[in-house]
Design a protein. Structure first.
Length: 297
């Protein structure tokens, strides 16, 4: 194994075991994306030969790419995992959130309420997430153990020191933690680890022909969920997705990378971050931090 990746893997496994030791009802947040897939791989190694001792939790916007849901269900069945699904559509039906309207309408922001409700319903005290510090400036502020108050909200000024890999999971009743074992990983580390471990990933990550249209420099997939405008022309392009999220706000990149080695070569030459094609991050300069303060991943 690459020594650099071995260090990152050992760190992630150590954090997984710390979570299992310190918390009563942890879950692993699973989106079907490459980062959460790596998290499952770390958990499988951390607790081998036993099963992963906590369930996966997916917050389903109802606007997912079908490739993602198919992969999720296949992975859960293959490893005999428990899956908890929180539904944004149910939150809308129950009046907990209101569906957005207009050309940029998305359910991505609505996930926060569904996530907090699902965590509360299952009395989760620690949620493992695949966030990395290199992704976005707000995520760069996160500790491994990110304390959340009784409302599930994050205060960057109240984070705890983490010296010598000592993680403080103490909390008051009702409080919880988000835990990020991949904090020190980069996008390149993730792809190299996937390649090294020969891991299966959704086909949407590889170059394929898809009907798309351009909106403010971002190629969005033509799906029933996106409110396409009359002047937005549908064309067929060879694209792939660097990140996977709600289909209404996750942009594709023009690419011919159809193998893991080609993806690694492409990422090494990229001048835009993987979240550069996410419309939800472009709503304001502090979009991600605002959502995190409200209880987002």
């Amino acid at each position: 194994m690459n020594n650099h990746l071995k260090v990152l893997e050992d760190e992630g496994i150590f954090i997984m075991r710390e979570v299992a030791a310190q918390f009563e009802r942890p879950v692993l947040l699973f989106s079907g994306g490459k980062d959460s897939i790596c998290m499952v791989q770390l958990a499988l190694k951390a607790f081998y030969p036993g099963k992963i001792p906590f369930p996966l939790m997916h917050i389903d916007t109802g606007h997912n790419f079908p490739e993602t849901i198919e992969f999720r269900d296949r992975l859960v069945e293959e490893h005999g995992l428990e899956l908890i699904v929180g539904s944004v559509q149910e939150s809308i039906n129950n009046g907990r959130v209101k569906e957005e309207t207009g050309p940029d309408a998305s359910r991505n922001a609505l996930q926060t309420v569904t996530l907090l409700d699902t965590l509360k319903k299952h009395q989760v005290d620690a949620a493992l997430g695949g966030g990395r510090r290199d992704e976005e400036k707000a995520r760069a502020k996160e500790r491994f153990f990110s304390h959340r108050d009784v409302f599930g909200q994050w205060d960057p000024k109240q984070q705890r020191p983490e010296l010598w890999n000592l993680f403080n999971g103490r909390k008051n009743p009702g409080e919880s933690f988000r835990v990020f074992p991949l904090s020190n990983w980069t996008e390149m580390d993730v792809w190299q680890y996937i390649t090294q471990e020969k891991m299966d990933i959704p086909s949407i990550y590889f170059a394929h022909k898809r009907k798309v249209f351009e909106r403010r420099g971002v190629w969005l997939a033509d799906t029933e969920f996106v409110n396409r405008q009359d002047d937005e022309e549908i064309v067929e392009k060879t694209v792939r997705f660097r990140t996977i999220g709600d289909a209404t706000c996750t942009g594709a990149v023009l690419s011919n990378a159809s193998t893991l080695d080609e993806i690694i070569e492409e990422v090494s030459a990229a001048r835009q971050t993987e979240r550069g094609n996410r419309h939800d991050d472009k709503r304001s300069e502090t979009a991600m931090e605002d959502r995190k303060r409200q209880g987002y991943f």
